[in-house]
Design a protein. Structure first.
Length: 344
């Protein structure tokens, strides 16, 4: 039995972000070399990975540089503290580890590129573009979210052609994505495809996955544990850089949501934008905001949109919003704040 797997760009990029994903990449290499798995790689996936890999590598290289420098400066400022030299020694180890991690990420990216390059060519066709246009005009997933989803739709149509070209041999097909907002069922089990895409997975030979490790485990349950043995010396806990980056990301999401609540209040007249001449600086008034302050907030909101991307700025349902706040509180507790610290 051969598994034909189309892996969305979102999955490849997430694999590339962290060298600890190397066992997954290694397992995939073994399955493709053995002929158990054939990767389907549409041109749009190759293009998007190539365009975004520099950003992924840059983020890994930058890591916690700015935070690390602040800590080093603080330790240097200590004069006679007996633990100063030990702390500086530990910081030197952190600095070395940052360089090693970024090199590891480079190797993961190179191995992913080799997998993509070895896959059979899957050029975009005129028929696929026509079907993408039809999806857009009829607002069918992934166009149900009123955003430019042409790249996502091309991936779906490439998968449709993949299963449509089955010659009747013992083949299995799978689509793997982390982009549940565009591809998964709404307000229900995310592991199920959107109803607009359900016909692609109505046959038991075609399956929908949000986790590549889970798919690989279904093919060979012993494969990943065996490859994990190669990397048992790696740290299991998250690195500080990951925690700091995640805290910053969640902070921006919470700030942006609160910013939009204020926008709504202004639109409804509950808050008034006033010039300096009318602004009362002696007493805080929740129903007023200075015009220059609001201009700065709008500029900050635009920067936040650019940094997070349109898929990460909401709106969210109550469950998702609770998860975001809970994650931020937990990460801040790990970084030294008290529980329920959600200030922005």
């Amino acid at each position: 039995m051969t598994y034909h797997i189309l892996i969305d760009t979102s999955v490849w990029l997430d694999l590339a972000k962290d060298a600890r994903n190397l066992p997954v990449v290694t397992a995939l290499e073994e399955l493709t070399k053995g002929g158990d798995v054939v990767l389907a790689v549409p041109d749009i996936v190759r293009t998007e990975f190539e365009r975004n890999k520099i950003r992924v590598l840059g983020a890994a290289q930058q890591s916690l540089r700015s935070h690390f420098q602040l800590v080093r400066q603080a330790v240097q400022a200590l004069s006679d503290d007996p633990d100063k030299e030990a702390a500086l020694g530990a910081l030197s180890e952190v600095d070395r580890r940052i360089k090693v991690d970024s090199q590891d990420v480079t190797r993961v990216i190179e191995r992913i590129e080799a997998l993509l390059a070895a896959a059979p060519a899957s050029p975009q066709t005129e028929q696929q573009m026509m079907r993408v246009t039809t999806r857009a005009l009829t607002k069918r997933a992934p166009f149900h979210r009123d955003k430019n989803s042409a790249p996502d739709a091309l991936i779906i149509e490439a998968y449709a052609d993949l299963i449509g070209g089955d010659t009747g041999k013992k083949n299995q097909f799978a689509l793997v994505t982390h982009n549940y907002r565009d591809f998964s069922a709404v307000n229900t089990d995310r592991r199920q495809p959107h109803p607009d895409l359900a016909d692609l997975f109505s046959d038991e030979k075609s399956t929908y996955w949000l986790s590549l490790p889970d798919l690989l485990a279904s093919i060979d349950e012993d494969l990943l544990p065996n490859h994990d043995l190669e990397f048992q010396g790696w740290d299991e806990s998250r690195r500080l850089s990951e925690i700091v980056d995640a805290e910053h990301f969640l902070y921006l999401q919470v700030w942006y949501n609160r910013h939009w609540n204020r926008r709504v209040a202004i639109d409804k007249g509950k808050i008034k934008i006033v010039p300096e001449a009318e602004y009362d600086r002696t007493t805080y008034r929740a129903d007023q905001i200075l015009d220059s302050t609001w201009e700065g907030a709008l500029a900050a909101a635009k920067r936040t949109e650019d940094e997070l991307g349109e898929d990460n700025i909401g709106p969210w349902d109550d469950f998702e919003w609770g998860m975001i706040n809970g994650k931020l509180s937990a990460l801040r507790w790990v970084l030294g704040d008290e529980w329920d610290m959600l200030d922005t």
